[in-house]
Design a protein around this ligand. Structure first.
Ligand code: ADP
Ligand code: ASP
Ligand code: MG
Length: 377
């Protein structure tokens, strides 16, 4: 009998009707003779709403008191979703039981809002499975060694699913979302983006790091580390399409390019001094020792740590990142293409598996489409 971990993202369970649809998907796989563990995110919009509640009461916190309560609040969306999804399964005649991370427990490090899973006790999961009950686990949450609830960073249910797949030795980890898999670019921005049947861990890590939020960056690091096979597929369309993230890659053009990520979520921080040791605990992208991409959501936290007049922030930027191998041979051609199309390039960063163009924020989507058309058409 195969064992699958199935994770459903916020859009897949956005309404009660969508939850019924998800219950049907699970029931179908169960009736085909598979063992199943379900991981659920919060219903779409709930985590943002809870986060906004906590922002109404920014306090003079002692130690981590503020961040501890934020995680206690923000983690609740998943608890609600797990209970409702279990009820929906029961209404289909399937035995199901919700578990919060602390009940399992899913152990995690103590960095509030961005914790990392350190261990999973699988006893309750296998007990449920052997009683023919589907365990429905809250994603995004972890339990620290001090018995505090922590969250795993935005999109962190993906990490919960990958970790559970590893610790239970599941055959595959299915990440159900609102698109049919990983595409050559965000299919909501590039209308003729193409589905990638196979993506390597390393290329997916790079795509996710630079904005392809279909998988959380940290979850792909974890999947690579533990060699978890991750399949991304749609809970909306029954289209038999999916993308498999493993060590295998399969370029769909002759330019060795896997895909293009983009983001308007960053600020470009330029410093006069090396601040690596100050900001290393934050999830930032270190372009070099004096230039960093910092998520807009944490830019104030970082600014508070820096001395006045030692840095500048450029808020009006967007990034487009081309991911693949042997990119040196194509960089001049792509840069010239952007210049010819009047895209204002502020900075170019070259890594082993990627080229990032930092452009004016108003040019991000145009630049993405120009590059995509050139590379894939
Ligand atoms: P979920 O609620 O299932 O966790 P997310 O919103 O986190 O879903 O991720 C799915 C979204 O990721 C898609 O709707 C799509 O707009 C976006 N996305 C960005 N880049 C890509 C890409 N390369 N391939 C597929 N989806 C992408
Ligand atoms: N609900 C959390 C978020 O919105 C976790 C997740 O969706 O994976 O970030
Ligand atoms: Mg997600």
């Amino acid at each position: 009998m195969s064992l699958y971990v199935l994770k459903f993202g916020g859009s897949s369970i956005a309404t009660l009707q969508r939850i019924s649809n998800v219950a049907n998907i699970i029931t179908d796989l169960k009736k085909r003779g598979n063992n199943i563990i379900v991981v659920t995110s919060a219903m779409q919009g709930i985590t943002d709403k809870l986060l906004n509640y906590t922002k109404q009461f920014v306090v003079n916190s002692y130690e981590n008191s503020y961040y501890r309560e934020c995680d206690a609040v923000v983690s609740c969306g998943e608890s609600i979703a797990a209970g409702i999804l279990s009820l929906a399964l029961q209404s289909e005649g399937i035995m199901a039981k919700s578990f919060n991370s602390w009940q399992i427990p899913i152990e995690a490090s103590t960095n509030y809002s961005n914790a990392t899973i350190t261990n999973v006790n699988t006893k309750l999961l296998f007990d449920a499975i052997s009683d023919n009950i589907i365990p429905v686990i809250t994603g995004f949450q972890g339990l620290t060694k001090n018995n505090d609830i922590v969250t795993l960073g935005r999109g962190g249910s993906d990490a919960t699913a990958c970790a559970l797949a590893y610790y239970t030795n599941a055959d595959e980890c299915y990440i159900y979302t609102d698109v049919s898999g990983v595409f050559t670019a965000d299919p909501r921005v590039v209308t003729n983006a193409k589905l990638l049947k196979y993506v390597s861990y390393d290329e997916m890590i790079e795509l996710a790091k630079y904005g392809a939020k279909v998988l959380q960056y940290k979850s792909v690091l974890l999947a690579k580390h533990y060699n978890v096979k991750v399949r991304v597929l749609s809970s909306f369309l029954n289209d038999d399409c999916s993308s498999l993230v493993t060590i295998k890659t399969n370029y769909i053009n002759n330019k060795n390019i896997a895909g293009i990520a983009h983001s308007n979520d960053y600020v470009l921080l330029r410093t006069k001094i090396n601040i690596n040791n100050i900001i290393s605990k934050y999830e930032t992208i270190n372009i070099n020792n004096f230039n960093y991409l910092v998520k807009k959501s944490i830019v104030n936290n970082i600014a508070n740590l820096l001395q006045e007049n030692t840095y500048t922030m450029d808020n009006d930027i967007g990034t487009i990142t081309i991911v693949g191998s042997n990119l040196n041979s194509i960089i001049d051609e792509l840069t010239q293409l952007l210049i010819n199309n009047n895209i204002s390039i502020k900075y170019i960063n070259i890594n082993k598996l990627s080229i990032t163009y930092i452009v004016h924020v108003l040019h991000t989507e145009a630049a993405l489409n120009i590059l995509h058309k050139h590379i894939y058409n």
